[in-house]
Design a protein around this ligand. Structure first.
Ligand SMILES: Cc1cc2nc3c(=O)[nH]c(=O)nc-3n(C[C@H](O)[C@H](O)[C@H](O)COP(=O)(O)OP(=O)(O)OC[C@H]3O[C@@H](n4cnc5c(N)ncnc54)[C@H](O)[C@@H]3O)c2cc1C
Length: 449
């Protein structure tokens, strides 16, 4: 005789009545934890659940795990950053403070230890960025897959989650394209909406909304800036990379943000870490005020004040009076940029000794406040990270449990959190995954007792 199952079992489960009327379980038990999404956050959620002793199943809608992880950091995977807790939070401008409690439980130090214990040595590059010494994201993914196998986590591919199974207001499983799967707890780690070819197409938003969560409308972040300026359109500056510049992003007279770092001129505008960091402020302002205009005010030589640099240039002219302006600028900016700036100042044909004090002052002022009209950003498909996502007000910051539906947890880019480039996003994905998976296991195992 078939009984109604009250233990969150698999769809093919049979709880039967034996000869003396006692119920016995005669097939495989349902998973304690069901993780949805085999990206960075989902993999760590499944690992944490498995390490907690929970029977864990991971469903992935594609045919492979970690597709975005494999393309991260240009295929080298900037796994985390060596900065302290404050730096991790500061470099996560999209609600980084929400992560205080998560990082107190599991953070970049734990990520480093996790990989090193499993033989993946990390090396540090500029700005504290940590990469696998192999320079291959595959090494990172393989370590995660090996751990899942060691823990006996079951992975089901081509299992797109469609809806929750709900019982008495509690999430107790999923409807997937392959059928229903009951579970003690469910972790949503379906990612954002950038690089959709990797599988992250925003499915988690509809799932979250179905149980009452609010979604902060997704927007592109860490995305290059576009410019209609003739100096960009003419491609004169295309390909020039400038290190350690300072850029202010203005909307009218309002300074939206300022950032220091490396900048790259492209055929459409600006890219590189500084432009990527500024992009989120522009996108948010444009959402508030669609008619807003923007200007990037670039200081190509922020390390020197106008007075210091003018004094140095006077000394230079005294020693090299016959040299060109381009040569005088070359110690401070890349050669092609020096040429373009001398041209723009109308001084390209002059020798140093022919330039008046007023002309030097004008040149230095221009290089330290170089305005470039900015039109907007490239679209979501070119963004590295999704801003917006599941509203944090509906999530418990300590456990990443839904405040609206018991048995439901969130991890990774599906949540309304985004960081700068530099390893901060994978750090957030790994850490939220680890905490959500561990919390989900605790919840599910406690219900069984
Ligand atoms: C080009 C690029 C380079 C990057 N480089 C770096 C870097 O070097 N360092 C860094 O810190 N960050 C980097 N990032 C950001 C970082 O990769 C992401 O923030 C992170 O991978 C997000 O992890 P996630 O697990 O939340 O989502 P994802 O990695 O997007 O994983 C989501 C998974 O869920 C699956 N899924 C979706 N819907 C369903 C469904 N309905 N059912 C089942 N499965 C589903 C998807 O197929 C996917 O496998 C980069 C991003 C891009 C686009």
């Amino acid at each position: 005789m078939r009984l109604a199952c009250d233990r969150a079992c698999l769809s093919d489960c049979r709880h039967t009545e034996n000869a003396v009327g006692v119920r016995a379980l005669n097939v495989v038990r349902a998973p304690d934890v069901l993780v949805v999404g085999g990206g960075s956050a989902g993999l760590f959620a499944a690992i944490a659940a498995g390490q907690s002793g929970a029977r864990t199943v991971l469903v992935e809608k594609g045919e492979r795990l970690g597709k975005k992880l494999l393309i991260s950091g240009g295929g080298r995977c900037n796994v985390t950053n060596s900065g302290d807790l404050q730096q991790l939070i500061e470099h996560t401008p999209g609600n980084g403070r929400f992560l205080h409690s998560v990082y107190a439980q599991w953070s970049n130090r734990d990520i480093v230890r996790f990989f090193e214990v499993r033989g993946v040595l990390l090396k540090e590059e500029d700005h504290g960025r940590l990469f696998p010494a192999s320079n291959s994201a595959n090494t990172v993914l393989q370590a995660l897959v090996n751990e899942l196998q060691r823990l006996g986590v079951e992975i089901r591919y081509r299992h797109a989650a469609l809806a929750f199974l709900i019982e008495h207001g509690r999430v107790c499983g999923l409807r997937s394209v392959k059928g229903d799967i009951q579970a003690g707890a469910v972790v949503i780690a379906t990612g954002g909406v950038t690089a959709q070819a990797t599988g992250s197409s925003g499915d988690g938003y509809a799932l979250a909304e179905s149980v009452g969560h609010k979604i902060v409308a997704p927007y592109p972040t860490s995305v290059p800036l576009t410019s209609p300026d003739v100096r960009i359109v003419s491609r004169t500056l295309q390909g020039i990379a400038v290190q350690r510049v300072h850029v202010k992003l203005l909307s009218g007279k309002k300074i939206l943000a300022s950032e220091e770092g490396d900048l790259l001129f492209t055929h459409f505008g600006l890219s590189g870490p500084v432009a990527l960091r500024l992009s989120q402020y522009l996108v948010r302002e444009k959402t508030r005020n669609p008619a807003a205009g923007f200007v990037a005010l670039v200081d190509f030589v922020p390390a020197k004040t106008v007075t210091e640099w003018l004094r140095e240039l006077q000394e230079y002219v005294a020693v090299y009076p016959g040299r060109s302006i381009k040569q005088a600028l070359k110690p401070h900016v890349p050669e092609r940029l020096a040429e373009a700036l001398a041209e723009e100042a109308g001084l390209a044909v002059k020798r140093c000794h022919e330039v008046s004090r007023a002309e030097w002052e004008r040149l230095v002022a221009m290089i330290k406040r170089w305005p470039l009209a900015i039109g907007g950003t490239l679209g979501m498909e070119k963004a590295f990270i999704t801003g917006g996502g599941v509203d944090l007000r509906g999530i418990d910051p300590r456990t990443l449990a839904s405040k609206l539906a018991k048995g439901l947890y969130f991890a990774g880019e599906v949540i309304d959190i985004h960081g700068h480039t530099g390893g901060y996003n994978l750090t957030a994905a790994f850490a939220t995954g680890y905490v959500a998976g561990g919390s989900a296991a605790k919840y599910a195992l406690a219900r069984e007792d």
